[in-house]
Design a protein around this ligand. Structure first.
Ligand SMILES: [Mg+2]
Length: 274
C-alpha cells in the first residue's frame, strides 16, 4: 500500500473521529485531548463521519479505475454511502451536509454562492495521489459543490497536499498561496491569532483554519487537537487538517497509534486504498 496515501487518509479519519463528539460546540466550551465517544452525535469512541466516508468513497473509485477520474463512478459511490451504508463504519449515515444531500438526491449540484460549505473540500484529498488536472479536481468538487469558491478551495488544497508530498515545508508553501478574494488571507494565514480564525462550515474558513493549525504546530497530535479545539465544525476542520498532518508527520507516533487502536472500521478504509 502507498504509505503516504495511508498516512493521509488515516490522518484525516483520526481528525474526523476526534472531532465528531464535539461538532457544533463553541470554542472554549470543551477540550478534546484524545479519542472519546458519545456527546453530540451519540456515537462510540473512534467513529468517523461523512468526511472520511466520502474521502474513501472517492479513493475507491480512483483505485477501481486505475487512478482515472470518473465523476459518475465517484457519484455512484457517494450514493452507495448515503443509501446503502457502504463506506460507513457505523451502518448508519448520521452526518450529511444539506448541499451534499441535495446533490445526491437530485443529481444536480448547487452552484449558488450560499452553497459553499466545506462538503467537497473534506473529501478531495485522494486526488493529490493521482495525476489529474485542476479542471478534474473542480469537476470532482462539483459532484456536490459546484460554485467557483468550493472548486477553487479544492484545487488549492490538493496543490498544498502535493507540495507537502514532494517534501516542501508548510512554512514555505503558505507565502506562495497568493489568490484573490476570498482566498487573500491564505498567504499570510500564519500571522493571524487564534481569535481571527473561524472554524464554521464555510469552505474558506475550513481551509484557513487547517493551514493555520499546520503552521502553528510541529507534530501530529498538537495539529489535530488544535484543529478540533477551534470548535464549531470540529470534525471537518480536524479531517482537513489531519489529512495534511498525516502527510507531514505520518500516523506512527504514540498519540496517532493510540487513536488508531480505537478507530472503527479500519478494514473498510483499507479496502479503498492502494
Ligand atoms: Mg462530518
Amino acid at each position: 500500500m502507498n504509505k503516504k496515501l495511508r498516512d493521509a487518509v488515516y490522518g484525516l479519519a483520526i481528525g474526523d473521529a476526534l472531532g465528531v463528539p464535539y461538532e457544533f460546540k463553541k470554542r472554549g466550551t470543551f477540550e478534546c485531548t484524545g479519542m472519546t465517544g458519545y456527546k453530540v452525535h451519540g456515537q462510540p469512541e473512534g467513529t468517523w463521519s461523512d468526511d472520511t466516508s466520502m474521502t474513501i468513497a472517492t479513493a475507491k473509485s480512483l483505485k477501481d479505475n486505475g487512478g482515472k477520474i470518473l465523476t459518475h463512478d465517484i457519484f455512484d459511490n457517494f450514493l452507495a454511502w448515503k443509501d446503502e451504508e457502504d463506506f460507513n463504519c457505523n451502518g448508519v449515515c448520521f452526518d450529511i451536509g444539506n448541499t451534499t444531500w441535495d446533490a445526491l438526491a437530485t443529481g444536480i449540484p448547487r452552484t449558488d454562492v450560499d452553497s459553499n460549505g466545506n462538503g467537497s473540500l473534506m473529501r478531495i484529498l485522494p486526488l493529490a495521489f493521482v495525476d489529474c488536472t485542476d479542471e478534474e479536481i473542480e469537476e470532482v468538487s462539483a459532484i456536490t459543490h459546484g460554485h467557483e469558491i468550493s472548486k477553487k478551495a479544492c484545487a488549492i488544497y490538493v496543490h498544498v497536499a502535493r507540495r507537502l508530498l514532494a517534501g516542501e515545508k508548510i512554512q514555505e508553501i503558505i507565502p506562495t498561496l497568493r489568490y484573490g478574494k476570498p482566498f487573500d488571507r491564505l498567504c499570510v494565514i500564519d500571522r493571524f491569532e487564534e481569535r481571527d480564525i473561524k472554524s464554521g462550515g464555510y469552505v474558506v474558513e475550513t481551509l484557513e483554519a487547517a493551514l493555520w493549525v499546520l503552521a502553528k504546530n510541529d507534530n501530529f497530535k498538537d495539529t489535530v487537537l488544535t484543529a478540533v479545539n477551534l470548535g464549531k465544525d470540529t470534525d471537518t476542520t480536524g479531517a482537513v487538517a489531519g489529512g495534511l498532518a498525516g502527510i507531514i508527520y505520518g500516523v506512527d507516533d504514540a498519540f496517532a497509534r493510540k487513536c488508531l487502536e480505537v478507530l472503527r472500521g479500519k478494514e473498510i478504509i483499507d479496502r479503498c486504498l492502494w
